[in-house]
Design a protein around this ligand. Structure first.
Ligand SMILES: *[C@@H]1O[C@H](CO)[C@@H](O)[C@H](O)[C@H]1NC(C)=O
Ligand SMILES: *[C@@H]1O[C@H](CO)[C@@H](O)[C@H](O)[C@H]1NC(C)=O
Ligand SMILES: *[C@@H]1O[C@H](CO)[C@@H](O)[C@H](O)[C@H]1NC(C)=O
Ligand SMILES: *[C@@H]1O[C@H](CO)[C@@H](O)[C@H](O)[C@H]1NC(C)=O
Length: 189
């Protein structure tokens, strides 16, 4: 009995030492209780919307900013497009706008059409207005379902992590316009 409580006591005191030494103040860093930032319980949310990439017409939302290294290459390797793509509730472009995908994608594969996506989903709808989710990942556009990482966010998505799955709904091979269904699974507070 006595030895047991001694073990418990010494464990507790070593935790206390870790806690204390863990809080050494370097002048620019300190430990915080997450509740001080209003962070309570982490939750999992599933978002579904449609990403509208419009290259053709008079009002493109995706604009080439760097041309491919070799213009006759079928993989467009080296090309970079800046995007400000509408995110809509339904596949129809005139359905409710819930936000925009802002960032760029780069043609990063020499073997296939494989994009490096770097974008923020900037929401404008309801309580999500002003909050963003940041996605960075690989998008091999001719694969049925592509998965990219959610690497963070702002506002309601502080400390966010998760993944996004993209599935092409419609692709116009003349203009390059695409409507892509996004299912985004995010852990956030
Ligand atoms: C450009 O791509 C075409 C088609 O793949 C290829 O035939 C050609 O050799 C490439 N040119 C250069 C300079 O790599
Ligand atoms: C898209 O929505 C517009 C306006 O609501 C409607 O006129 C049009 O028929 C719809 N198109 C399709 C393909 O559902
Ligand atoms: C979103 O927030 C902006 C800036 O605060 C505001 O101007 C806008 O009306 C809001 N939009 C919606 C749909 O609530
Ligand atoms: C575009 O799609 C049509 C119909 O699916 C097909 O016949 C045509 O070959 C495609 N063109 C290109 C350049 O892939």
């Amino acid at each position: 009995m006595a030895s047991k409580s001694w073990v418990v006591l010494s464990l507790l005191s070593s935790f206390a030492i870790i806690l204390v030494t863990g809080e050494i103040d370097h002048g620019f860093v300190r430990r915080l209780d997450r509740r001080l930032l209003g962070l309570k319980k982490e939750k999992l949310s599933h978002f579904r919307f449609y990403w509208q990439d419009i290259l053709g017409g008079r009002n493109p939302t995706a604009v080439q900013i760097v041309p491919p290294v070799n213009k006759s290459s079928s993989t467009f390797f080296g090309e970079i497009n800046m995007i400000d793509d509408p995110l809509t509730l339904e596949p129809n472009l005139s359905s409710k706008l819930i936000g925009r995908a802002q960032g760029f994608y780069a043609l990063a594969s020499q073997e296939e059409v494989g994009l490096l996506m770097i974008m923020n989903f900037a929401f404008i709808e309801g309580k999500y207005n002003g909050s963003t989710i940041t996605v960075l990942g690989r998008n091999a556009v001719f694969t049925k379902v592509r998965e990219m990482a959610v690497i963070g966010g702002s506002g309601l998505f502080r400390f966010a992590r998760g993944y996004a799955q993209a599935k092409t709904y419609k692709f116009d091979n003349k203009t390059g316009d695409a409507t892509v269904e996004y299912n985004v699974y995010v852990l956030h507070y």
